[in-house]
Ligand binder design. Structure first.
Ligand code: NAD
Length: 330
């Protein structure tokens, strides 16, 4: 039997590449820092049976129409807003993602950003390196305590829950807003379910953990910033467009809120001359919340296993569109 042909849109950790190589013929986009241009993706997809895609690769109906052999798109991420899932489903293409394995690592990073903004870690680092430290000062780099403060979680799925567990250890009061109420977790972790407005008014720290959907695009915008405390810290490790960047800029520049930490941006990579990057009350990172050696390897192996399972006619573990499986066997 001839081997399946797969296009891999970026080099992944070695164990995953080795596993793929054993089972399929693959072409890998060689440039680590940049995604394949659209024309390359179209050309490679046209001759492939499966795609291993990243959140930087737009997989839409036009691409799938140009790729009649493609039966599976395995996304190397838990989020899949780069894929037109309806277009894939209507063409019988299986879409998979990598949920669960990155939950704890992303939650660690959300807490990292909360603490780093609250305790002004990046400003302090710069100040110390620049030789501006003259003596111990009572008022130098005063920050906010995470300990004992109120945390508002927007979205209480896997990652939101993992953040709640960590916040519990900081003796925080934890509010959450979600479209689904989780009474089991309310009881176990002492969480309080609130409206979004109530959460924004009462929280000292706000951390965003919803997927990007039409309902969550600019969920946090001018009206929402107006509700926040002047001492509030906002952290977004979910998806950039959930927070309106212009409204965030105004809120930070006018000191309407105290600070922000962003791992994700509306446009990625964020341009170096973006106004947000001129502010001193924001900490930014280049979408690295899941970037630990162990987690990125687990994600890659999961994405490979999903791809190989679907190509081999077995049910992948992590379907985004399971109904495709019922309708159309590979
Ligand atoms: N920065 C990163 O590297 C990184 C890494 C992993 C995940 N993410 C993002 O984090 C998101 C969450 O991941 P997860 O594994 O916790 O997903 P999940 O599906 O387990 O949780 C998402 C939660 O958001 C809730 N939700 C959906 N729409 C909502 C709305 N309109 N208002 C309020 N709540 C809403 C859902 O009910 C669910 O509880 C992913 O979709 C992904 O985009 C980012």
């Amino acid at each position: 039997m001839s081997r399946h042909r797969v296009y891999v849109a970026r080099r992944l950790p070695d164990p995953a590449m080795d596993r793929l190589r054993q089972h399929v013929d693959m072409t890998v986009w060689p440039t680590d820092e940049l995604p394949p241009p659209r024309e390359v993706l179209l050309r490679e997809a046209a001759v492939s049976d499966g795609l291993l895609s990243l959140l930087t690769d737009r997989i839409d109906g036009a691409l799938l129409d140009a790729a009649p052999r493609v039966r599976v798109v395995s996304n190397y991420a838990v989020g899949y807003d780069n894929i037109d899932v309806a277009a894939a489903t209507s063409r019988g293409v299986v879409v998979t993602n990598t949920p669960g394995v990155l939950t704890e690592t992303v939650a660690d990073f959300a807490i990292t950003l909360l603490l780093a903004v609250a305790r002004r870690v990046v400003e302090s680092d710069r100040y110390t390196r620049e030789g501006r430290w003259k003596s111990w000062e009572p008022l130098l780099f005063l920050g906010q305590d995470l300990y004992g403060a109120t945390l508002g979680l927007v979205g209480l799925g896997r990652i939101g829950t993992a953040v709640a567990k960590r916040a519990h250890g900081f003796d925080m009061r934890i509010l959450y807003h979600d479209v689904v109420r989780r009474e089991d977790l309310e009881h176990d972790l002492g969480l309080e379910f609130t409206s979004l407005e109530d959460l924004l008014r009462r929280s000292d720290f706000i951390s965003v953990h919803t997927p990007l959907t039409p309902q969550t695009r600019h969920l946090i915008s001018t009206d929402q910033f107006r509700l926040m405390k002047r001492t509030a810290v906002l952290v977004n490790t979910a998806r950039g467009p959930i927070v309106d960047p212009d409204a965030l800029y105004r809120a930070l520049a006018d000191r309407q809120i105290w600070g922000a930490g962003l791992d994700v941006f509306e446009v990625e990579p964020v341009p170096a001359d973006h106004p947000l990057l001129r502010l001193d009350n924001i900490i930014v990172a280049p979408h690295i919340a899941s970037a630990s050696v162990e987690t990125r390897t687990k994600m890659a192996l999961m994405a490979v296993d999903n791809l190989l399972a679907a190509l081999g006619g077995q049910r992948p573990s992590n379907f985004v569109n399971p109904d495709v499986w019922e309708r159309r066997r590979i």
